[in-house]
Write a protein that binds this ligand. Sequence first.
Ligand SMILES: *Cc1c(COP(=O)(O)O)cnc(C)c1O
Length: 396
Amino acid sequence: MRLYSSNAMNSYAWIDKSLQTIHRAHWHRSPRPIDGKAGPVITIAGQSVINFASNDYLGLAGDPRLAEAAIAAIHAYGTGSTGSRLLSGHRPIHRELEQAIAALKHTEDALVFSSGYLANLGAIAALVGPKDLILSDQYNHSSLINGARLSGATTLTYAHCNVADLEHQLAEHRTSYRRCLIITDTVFSMDGDLCPLPEILGLAEQFEAMVLVDEAHGTGVLGQTGAGAVEHLGCTGQPLVQIGTLSKAIGSLGGYVAGSAQLIDYLRNRAPSWIYTTGLSPADAAAALKAVKIIGSEPERRDRLWRNVAYLSEGLRQFEGVRLIPSESPIMCIECDRAAEVVQLGTQLMERGLFVSAVRPPTTPTSRLRITLMATHSFDDIDQLLSGLEAVLRCP
Ligand SMILES: *Cc1c(COP(=O)(O)O)cnc(C)c1O
């Protein structure tokens, strides 16, 4: 018995070794509790800090109108949706939300998942299988990469936003497979740049491929009506599978696929992460529905966000020797040489009341300070960030 249990212990000893390796590389991370309501100023461990690490681009996650909508839905339906959508978990609010998302995205229909991650897993696994080919941007989000794995399709990676490399791979491999799916973030989450969507759609037509785009950081943020990067890049109405999240600019929780009515009907019958999971909670659905309506009726929120982006870009351009990663979004990154350095910079900024993410491998290939802006930041908030950055970057 004793021998058995010590052997059993030994089978887990590798975990401790792995953790030690993670610590040695300065890759170790743990979550920090944040108190109070979501917003541009938050409280971490009793300290009030300006929040430059949120995905709540429009400042809707703390909006009282979303909270009221969520509370009303709880009173009407209860807290859990109690079953999968196809069995007992489908509520009228789910369909209302899907129709509102389709209107926002200028698509025929939409399907709501319990998270953006699950939307990517389910859509990719439903669209392609072992006889098929996926071409995936090198910097794609984890949910696209794991969706590709789940599908069983052959997955080839093309160089980041490199249309020539994508074309080369299509020319070389496309005819050896049945279906082909090109997958890419529209706004790259850890860099802030945009994919070359018109060129990708051109290649997709030429080589008979489908295109799936992840609009997690685009929806509500980019485009004339807030539809996303697809609208911003002039690709509205093109044949596309659009994935997104309800947890970023939309300020709630959940994910969606938007596209043709046939695509959505097919996914309702074939996407495993939609069929075999519990429907989105009524509160999350109601908050998201309210947010989608606000995005439609208050374009000034988007204007304020972009004014803040322009203001910070202008300020950062004044700094000499700072390596800014090219960005066309509210995500702005300053590249650093070493993981230990970026962690230290993050700590120094935090001491000054500025919450900026220190992102490092394996999340990204290089270490960086990642700043995200919100519509609800004031110019004064951004001025404080600029003076904090100036101080810590000058004397690291
Ligand atoms: C956040 C994110 C997701 C996941 O969305 P969740 O709703 O948080 O699961 C998917 N793709 C990208 C690019 C993201 O940034």
